[in-house]
Design a protein around this ligand. Sequence first.
Ligand SMILES: [Zn+2]
Length: 621
Amino acid sequence: MMILKKLADDDKSRKETMTQDKNLKAKGVRWDISDLYARHDDARVAADLQEAVTKAKKFAGSYRGKISQDDLTAETLSGAIVTLEAIYTQIYKPEIYAFLAFTADTADDAIKALYARCQDLMAQVQNLLLFFELEVQKIPGAKFDRLLATGRLDTYRHYLEGIRLYTPYTLSEKEEQVINKKDLSGKNALVNLYTEYTASFTWQLEVDGEMKTLTGEEVRNLLRRPEPDLRERAKRAYDSRYGQNEIIFTNLFNAMLKDHGLEMEMRGYSSPIAPAHLRNRLAPEIVETMMEVTGAHNHLAQEYYALKARLLKMPKVRGCDLIAPVTEKQEVIPFDQGKRLILQAFENFSPAFNRWVQQMFDNKWIDAEVRKNKRGGAYCHGALPQHHPYILMSYNDDIDNVYTLAHELGHALHDFCAGRKQTLFNYHPPLVAAETASVFAEMLLTRKLLQEVKNREMRITILTGKLEDFFATIHTQNYYTRFELEAHVQGAKERLSATQLCEMWTKHRAEMYGEAVDFLPEQQWYWAAIPHFMHTRFYCYAYTFGALLVLALFNRYEEEGQSFIPRYIELLETGGSEAPESLINKMGFDIRRPEFWESGFRLMRSFLEELKALVVGKENF
Ligand SMILES: [Zn+2]
């Protein structure tokens, strides 16, 4: 039987916890999605799908060949975009319904069939409408500027500029076709090989006195176990698998470096990281400043891991102990108690936020119950600005789940705010700002927990959890990017041997950890286990940017107080209608200055000091 423990040291919450005894695993917290459609066989589902296809055909009939013509007017272009948004809205609605229903019950065949049908028709509509963006790319520069100058396209300026971003790097139609075709058996085939091959890995390990066959995810989860020996065996086994396959991974990696290098050269990019900056709509010097400031704060990670060694009662942290638990007790936090904590955290920030969050619960837009056949993980789905978002997760009654719920509710708030001001094409925030509201919500929850929780062990759990989160998303991703950049620059000049790659990896890793961590020899192979390096080049710095942005914003909020809130809401309302720099500029921040990024590390430093005060000299408590 599970023992319920109180989270807060007051009698009220103890009573609350006891009465919820039977209510574990969010029993009964199911969503109601009937405001989309009553049922999967609702006649309106088929009607919406069919109508969207018909309208897309009509759109193609009216506009194909007209957008790139000389006599195109701003009115015609703006009218076309409004119609496009309406068509996408109509096809998204049944698709959202099918997606939600499918993830809530992955065993329902009727829903699966509907979801597949929605995806087919969605692809059909996209194909019918594809010409539009291609024609927008072809509008001559001077003409495009004149159209924008009329002021009639202001709402869609950012969207249109986004389409034309790649125009200077686009080759002739014939060349693009050749690249696309050759990618099928080239780059794409290599990525498929990597994905399928690594997914086929299993490991034989003795766990709890039993020999077990484990998947990669299961082995990685062993690193969260309290037994030091188990963690070491798990990490050695996991990373050495990549080393045993050095011929495969070294060849795959070199082929990807070469492929990227050749394509960058053909398209005329100045550096291998340039397309990522374009995708994120960030100036290269901003990213470089952020990365330099992050590197200059590696000592925070080193101080932290020295402290962690004391918590683990070890002379030094090993590479297999980075996410090891430092406390033994795991508090049980039933759903209603988690909900109360989150609502109070939002209430402390802004009563308006609290109301938006409250309606997510009141209107049953959250599915948190642990059930069979429900998809794993958690998400907030807010695909349409004129419709509220939904949240799906499996709530398992611990502090991690409270954080997950707060995180997803943060996304929901972002969706509410952007939905009030933006149209479909301007609604989704840019990648580097996509996690702003979610991580900010986690910070609000952290502050609330630190106010409320008096228990030393629990405070240590909260602080180490947050700090390790930040090291993993900020510092670690920073050295990943440094490694990736050096590999691309060097790999363009020569084929890199396995030894060179391992040395490069070890060197950049040491920049972060210094002498604070003893890595196992097998860990030199970990570069081969990072899928981002294969799938999407230079994706990792977006994590650094996103997390550091939130720390800087939160730091400002704590320094400034109430006057920060309306500006923050405005930031969320902007959605994806502006590039990251101007988005953040409007809040009065200059992300070109190192001081902006440094302010985020000040907040991290304060967490670290708080943790130190709990640990140093108090090991025997
Ligand atoms: Zn998220």
